[in-house]
Design a protein around this ligand. Structure first.
Ligand code: FE
Ligand code: CA
Length: 503
């Protein structure tokens, strides 16, 4: 058995710091591999449970490894409230998804794992408030962390804010092959298409210490976008149409679940995974987490033999406005409508992938077909649902487009009063378009109050029964691992009055 360069390096480090034991003792090698090199995470918080995640690494792992976990009230683990053992199986990438239940609501907890004589770092997590409670909430939205477009300094700054919750809106990895000359490089030889390649890509991203830090700082609620599988994929079709796409989708979905703090019940079955879900924060808020990839109609007016999106003139693409076109699929649309009709929470937060506000590039109508503007009938149905069901304080949270947008959502374009408010957060690293390209289109889209395509970072929110406050947090330079952070803008939404106010 040969040592990888990583193993060799670790072994030499170990040999250098160890005294008394010869470095060639065979057993030393296994204990020297950092089994928890991919970090830890928590997520899917409920009032009485939370999911604790890790994934063991090492080429010598047995097919089944018992992994102990502990959850405590204090960082020193003197008050352990739950502990258990999960089996990390090779078939699921040696990932662990423990789900302690019967926890107290509104509580902070610390957790850690141990396996094969090693112990993980300690993470902090928390449960949601109980039903009916009106506690305030500090959370952030983030998306699009393309490895070779920058460093993850934004995550370090968010960890310093110690939010209650992180809501991740997609593009956790990018499937692309390595590109020479970038600030840092994707590993591997080509685009990820197999389970082994997707796992290796997650492992590379998960090795980042800033990403590990934010995972250890707060529980996450997650959804996905296209790059967890393939650029601009829609349902069973990717942009480069391939006959075996569903096999690729199955591999990608499996690797995604293996690396996310999701419960065992969310485990995909082949190319199917139910990602859409609701998370309650007492009576304050309900997150409606959506999946706009798996069930959507193909993008309108695709080039012959191709899938994926494009930018089209409305006049040349009547298909775009076909009334039956769906982005969420009928079952999810129905499920969402049912959830939006309930009147037991103050704020309804739609955590979903991409810009919902209409965005046209010309006076006559020119739209990008991969986003909501490529599915205007689906958007109209959703806005009608919000109006007809009198959904309390709807706020749409979005990502995907690598640009900070703050927008009012109107039921119909000419309406005076907004029906909902949208905060579309920019990318952690992924490049956006030039501001000079965006600027000429902004007067055509007056419902968009803020649009900055060259900012990288995340959005931080404070929410209470009266008010939602948003702070757009922007790094000084995504290419700089030591980048600083600043607040580029602040907006708020008053309960009972849709629309974003400055400040
Ligand atoms: Fe992206
Ligand atoms: Ca995307």
């Amino acid at each position: 058995m040969s040592l990888t360069s990583f193993d060799r390096r670790r072994l030499l480090q170990w040999a250098a710091i160890s005294t008394g034991a010869p470095w060639f003792v065979p057993a030393a090698r296994a204990t020297d591999v950092d089994r928890f090199a991919l970090g830890i995470a928590s997520g899917s918080p409920r009032a009485d449970s939370v999911v604790l995640w890790t994934r063991l690494v090492g080429a010598d792992l047995p097919p089944r490894v018992p992994v102990q976990w502990e959850l405590a009230r204090d960082e020193a683990f003197t008050q352990v409230v739950a502990r258990g053992t999960e089996t990390a199986e090779a078939a699921w990438g040696h990932s662990v998804h423990a789900q302690p239940r019967e926890l107290a609501p509104s509580r902070s907890y610390f957790y850690r794992f141990s396996a094969l004589g090693a112990r993980s770092a300690t993470g902090r997590t928390r449960t949601a408030p109980p039903r009916g409670a009106n506690e305030s909430l500090a959370f952030a939205i983030a998306s699009c962390q393309r490895w070779d477009h920058g460093h993850f300094a934004a995550w370090r700054h968010l960890a310093d804010e110690a939010p209650d919750l992180v809501v991740f809106l997609g593009d956790y990895i990018y499937e692309y092959a390595p590109v020479a000359g970038r600030v840092r490089l994707h590993e591997g030889s080509g685009e990820a298409t197999t389970l082994a390649q997707y796992r290796a890509r997650y492992a590379q991203y998960k090795g980042d210490t800033d990403l590990q830090r934010i995972h250890a700082a707060a529980p996450w609620i997650v959804t996905w976008d296209d790059h967890e599988v393939a650029n601009d994929y829609a349902n069973d079709l990717a942009d480069a149409a391939a006959p075996d796409f569903l096999a690729r989708r199955a591999a990608a979905y499996q690797a995604w679940w293996e690396h996310m703090p999701l419960p065992p019940s969310s485990r995909p079955v082949r190319a199917n995974a139910q990602v859409f879900d609701r998370y309650d924060w007492g009576a304050l808020a309900r997150f409606h987490v959506l999946d706009d990839r798996q069930y959507r109609d193909h993008q309108a007016c695709q080039k012959p033999g191709r899938g994926g999106g494009g930018t089209v003139d409305l006049a040349a693409c009547p298909e775009l406005v076909a009334p039956k076109r769906t982005l969420l699929g009928n079952a999810q649309e129905q499920w969402l409508g049912d959830g939006l009709a309930r009147d037991d929470v103050r704020w309804n937060l739609l955590a979903q992938q991409t810009l919902m506000a209409p965005f046209t590039w010309t006076k006559e109508g020119r739209f990008w077909t991969d986003g909501w503007s490529g599915y205007p009938a689906a958007r109209e149905r959703l806005l009608d649902t919000l109006a007809e069901r009198r959904t309390a304080n709807p706020v749409v949270l979005s990502g995907d487009v690598h640009c900070n947008y703050v927008a009012d959502l109107k039921r119909r374009p000419g309406d005076a009063a907004p029906l909902a408010t949208e905060f579309c957060g920019t990318s952690i690293t992924s490049h956006g378009m030039a501001q000079a390209r965006l600027d000429p289109a902004l007067p055509l889209n007056p419902h968009i109050h803020y649009a900055r395509s060259e900012e990288r970072g995340y959005m931080s929110f404070r929410l209470n029964p009266q008010r939602l406050e948003a702070t757009l947090r922007v790094v000084s330079d995504a290419n700089d691992p030591h980048a600083t952070i600043r607040s580029a803008a602040r907006f708020s939404v008053e309960a009972g009055r849709a629309g974003a106010q400055v400040g």
